[in-house]
Design a protein around this ligand. Structure first.
Ligand code: SAH
Length: 361
């Protein structure tokens, strides 16, 4: 007998986006279908805008029905969809268990980038960031990561193509590496989203063991390390996990990554007024990065309501930049996008939950 669906009943069907091509092929064969049907299904999933099994018009009708009974395809609900004047769009998604995550589509010239979450919340506790204020709830599955990508890609009109993916939403991707790599393999695969791995960036707070694992596997993806400070005392103050790792171990892992993969790393540096934007910091940063084949990405802080941090004045930003450039470091200042829609990670979710963050200066 069927039990009536209720909010407390968990849907036990596997998430289609969690199922590998090998597993789907096995399922097809067990269901008495030719093996190629698995590829057919995945072509609909990743290369079309179709949303329902019933629309997969080259599959037998009975198989479409069977698939719908066997697998869930969409497991999240769009709670909010915001569009900023600069073309940035943001989705607040509710997962099947009620957890909430954010993901963003950014338009920059011809680039169409999506910024995707890897966890519900974050355990890293960077003091200026909205995502980690309530800690981490859980890791996202491969399917939940892919679902964000598909939902964001659907926002693009037919003539615009998704070009870049950044794992810079909520969460620490290297703390959920299996699911992240599973999703990114599909993202880069020609049978998946077909995005070149050089246009896919994994951003990390800097977990040396996980960076070493990526290097060992000759990761094809671009790696960005959130440095935010040039010395351990300051970094531990704003990125608390640094107490356990320290900058030296992160730089050693970064060097190994470059050696193993030949891929230039990016270091990210969120510029916080009066905290890490001094001349002294800029000079120390030059000394730290000099001689390394890397790019420094400076991001003027995107203020989070309730937190006691601010964006440095433009004149201070210019001065910081001038010192870095004079030191011969490759640097770019990233334009803030989507300010009007709280596009920095975790901001929208935060605003939509009951309480505002408690300042912890
Ligand atoms: N945990 C990963 C990825 C998520 S955050 C990491 O630490 O890299 C992606 C980037 O956005 C990080 O560099 C993070 O420090 C930065 N960031 C977070 N909140 C921000 C804010 N309010 N303004 C500007 N950058 C922010």
């Amino acid at each position: 007998m069927k039990t009536p669906a209720s909010s407390t009943t968990q849907d036990a069907r596997p998430h289609l986006l969690d199922v590998t091509i090998e597993a789907l092929t096995e399922w097809m064969v067990a269901a008495g279908q030719p093996a190629f049907r698995a590829k057919q299904v995945l072509r609909w999933v990743y290369s079309s805008v179709v949303r329902e099994f019933t629309e997969m018009s080259d599959l037998p009708a009975a198989l479409r029905e069977q698939l719908a009974g066997e697998f869930r395809w969409w497991t999240t609900r769009v709670v909010e969809h915001q569009t900023a004047t600069d073309g940035t769009e943001k989705l607040l998604l509710e997962l099947a268990d009620g957890g909430r995550i954010e993901c963003v589509l950014l338009r920059d010239g011809g680039r169409r980038s999506i910024c995707v979450s890897s966890q519900v919340g974050c355990a890293m506790g960077c003091v200026f960031c909205a995502s980690g204020l309530d800690g981490v709830e859980r890791n996202l599955s491969r399917g939940e990561i892919l679902e964000q990508m598909l939902l964001l890609r659907r926002l693009l009109p037919a003539e615009e193509r998704l070009s870049h993916i950044v794992m810079m939403g909520m969460g620490e991707p290297l703390a959920n590496l299996d699911s992240v790599l599973g999703a990114l393999e599909v993202a880069r695969s020609p049978q998946g989203l077909g995005i070149s791995p050089r246009r896919i960036t994994i951003s990390t707070v800097g977990l040396p063991a996980a960076i070493a694992r990526l290097a060992r596997h000759n990761s094809p993806f671009h790696l960005a390390i959130s440095l935010h400070a040039p010395n351990d005392a300051l970094r531990t103050r704003i990125v608390p996990t640094n107490a356990k790792t320290g900058i030296d171990a992160i730089m050693a892992a970064a060097d190994d990554y470059f050696q193993a993969t030949g891929r230039r790393l990016t270091f990210e540096y969120v510029l916080l007024d009066g905290i890490n934007d001094s001349d002294q910091c800029a000079h120390e940063l030059v000394a730290l990065l000099r001689g390394r084949v890397s790019m420094l990405n400076v991001i003027p802080y995107n203020p989070v309501a309730g937190l006691p941090y601010a964006t440095p004045a433009t004149s201070r930003q210019h001065r910081f930049r001038a010192i870095i450039e004079a030191g011969g470091i490759n640097v770019q200042f990233r334009q803030r996008k989507g300010d009007s829609i709280d596009a920095a990670c975790g901001q929208l979710r935060r605003k939509k939950s009951a309480s505002l963050p408690v300042a912890k200066a």
